[in-house]
Design a protein around this ligand. Sequence first.
Ligand code: C2E
Ligand code: CA
Ligand code: CA
Ligand code: CA
Length: 275
Amino acid sequence: VKDEGRGTVRFFEAAMDEQLQARRRIEHELSGAIPRGELQLYYQPIVNGRTGEIETFEALIRWHHPVRGCVPPADFIPLAEQTDQIGRIGAWVLDTACAAAAAWPHPWRVSVNVSPKQFRQPGFAAGVAAVLGRHGLPPGRLVLEITEGVFIQDATMAVEVLTALRTLGVRLALDDFGTGYSSLSYLQRFKFDKIKVDQSFVRRLGRHADTLTIVRAITHLGHNLGLQVTVEGVETQEQLAMLRELGCDQMQGYLFARPAPMTELSQAGSADRER
Ligand code: C2E
Ligand code: CA
Ligand code: CA
Ligand code: CA
């Protein structure tokens, strides 16, 4: 029994060792991804809930790995957050997205995801101001998508940074709303411009009767607080019909468009204009 136990331990040690090595390899490869030009931003339209017109594009990062192909953010953003790479990657995302938006043929907004660790870096708000200035992008055309993770370590500091960003004129969205532990309490801490209802709710619409009640309640709550309500993950006409009736301000999802490089999306945009 003793030997078997030792064997099991050794087996786990070997497995962990392999995991650790794989992690280190990805970490190393990721550190060279920016200079090698392997990172790219895809954009997904966010449309007006009533008119269907494009208002904003959310920037979503992709890593084109030479061997593994297109790596989704879920497979490397958490790692970048654990190591100190998120600062550089986040700065690259912000710079690239603002440069792109400044050149768009329409005053579309660009919405950029900010990781909690990136947000907490000293001088974050000043960095945002510098990027806007460098590209001549009016602050009102930038939306920053924040998750409740920014409040966890130091909520007072988070509110200070959010207030500084608000003063710049940047718009602020609370992302993944409803999935965390205390989404509601954060609405008291800071007045966001909008909440983004997590796509897990939309997925269950029409399958669970209670979900419609919850999304309706979130929408009313947001509206009564003077916030806009965006729903994401809209995939079906059935979901669209339900969400329209609730009066959601913006919608986003595969039903409208999948995230894609801007060159592919701007054609959809011009088709929309011609209609
Ligand atoms: P998120 O911010 O909640 O982004 C929405 C995710 O839902 C995106 O996945 C998007 O492609 C996907 N999506 C949009 N419409 C639909 C739909 O109709 N159905 C389904 N099933 N999915 C839909 P993606 O691009 O894989 O990004 C995943 C997460 O990675 C994002 O979640 C965000 O948390 C993070 N992320 C992406 N880009 C960045 C970035 O530049 N910086 C940071 N810090 N995080 C990022
Ligand atoms: Ca987002
Ligand atoms: Ca989200
Ligand atoms: Ca999410």
